[in-house]
Design a protein around this ligand. Structure first.
Ligand SMILES: [Zn+2]
Length: 177
């Protein structure tokens, strides 16, 4: 489905062969690993994946099913089958973290959210699915500046005329221009 990243790229050698990449869900009941390098990795902007993750888009690492193993909490997995699209999504019944996403048309592959891995997977997410659905509110790397009075908060200074409620800094600065 996707072209292989060029073999000459150094990134493919970043993970020692034979050492699996592991990950887990939020609550830790479910843990898994894949053999590296993964098959591929990409960003999925489709509505189904956005809803399944509750996020602007989902970033997946694709693995051959035979190279994917649930190492802990198999019984804590719950499955949701989307009959319309022929996809199956597994998630942790304890915390709701999406664990695996499989498509009927790719029965030998399983896709795992990139964010669940604690280390490198041997593939960078160079590809995008449904990029035309990129949400206008998704952060795409615009310059950010500190928000005055809110340590740890940065924001993208709007060039448009501010509307009430759009500017979080208005919270603590009522009455100021
Ligand atoms: Zn969990």
């Amino acid at each position: 489905m996707f072209p292989e990243p060029e073999a000459k790229k150094k990134t493919t050698k970043a993970v020692a062969p034979g050492k699996p990449a592991s990950g887990q869900c939020l609550c830790g009941k479910v843990a898994f690993e894949i053999d590296v390098p993964a098959r591929w990795a990409w960003h999925d902007h489709s509505q189904a994946s956005r809803r399944a993750h509750g996020a602007a888009y989902a970033t997946y690492v694709g693995s051959w099913r035979k190279r994917f193993r649930i190492t802990k909490g198999e019984n804590d997995l719950t499955r949701y089958e989307d009959k319309a699209t022929g996809t199956t999504r597994s998630f942790c019944s304890g915390c709701g973290t999406p664990i695996a996403y499989a498509r009927a048309r790719s029965p030998h592959m399983v896709n795992i959210p990139r964010a669940l891995f604690s280390g490198r997977t041997g593939r960078q997410p160079l590809y995008h699915i449904a990029i035309e659905e990129l949400q206008e509110w998704a952060y795409t790397g615009q310059p950010l500046v500190p928000l005055k009075g809110f340590p740890g908060v940065v924001w993208q200074r709007s060039k448009k005329k501010k509307r009430a409620g759009d500017d979080p800094s208005a919270l603590g600065r009522a009455g100021q221009p």
